[in-house]
Ligand binder design. Structure first.
Ligand SMILES: [Zn+2]
Ligand SMILES: [Zn+2]
Length: 146
């Protein structure tokens, strides 16, 4: 994703939040920016690490609180696998790949899975929930180590 794309994604999220009558704060902007700049889902600590490079005044408990608010506003969603909660952007539909060994997560764009879902629906006569699919496996690092 280019800088311009990241910027317009951030603008769209800010509009979404404001159009629901919610506050847009410096901390919110910094946290959303940190999440947009990665394709992964980050723990509170990881978000905090990224945010403080530019905003050292934002503490860890603020990051946690703002992430929960953003989840309420449907800007981020929470993955609770493997102990610690991880937060990812929810503004673009995606599925998840999770490493069974180390718990690392990656986003799978919906478009990558859509043809398979269509074929699966045709084969079974089912209509599937459009929510997110989690595929488990081994990440690159764990595959290399085994
Ligand atoms: Zn996600
Ligand atoms: Zn792994």
């Amino acid at each position: 994703m280019t800088r311009t794309q990241q910027r317009s994604r951030l603008d769209a999220v800010r509009e979404h939040v404001r159009s629901h009558g919610r506050r847009w704060t410096v901390a919110k902007g910094a946290i959303v920016e940190a999440l947009i700049s990665t394709d992964c889902h980050l723990s509170v600590q990881q978000v905090h690490d990224r945010v403080t490079t530019r905003f050292p005044q934002i503490d860890r408990s603020t990051v946690h609180r703002v992430l929960l608010t953003l989840a309420e506003e449907h800007v981020v969603h929470v993955l609770g696998k493997q102990g610690e909660a991880r937060y990812g952007m929810a503004d673009q539909p995606h599925h998840h790949a999770v490493c069974a060994r180390c718990g690392q997560e990656a986003e799978i764009p919906s478009t990558a899975v859509a043809p398979a879902l269509t074929a699966a629906a045709a084969a079974t006569g089912f209509s599937f929930d459009t929510g997110s699919i989690t595929l488990t496996g081994l990440c690159e690092t764990c595959r290399a180590a085994s």
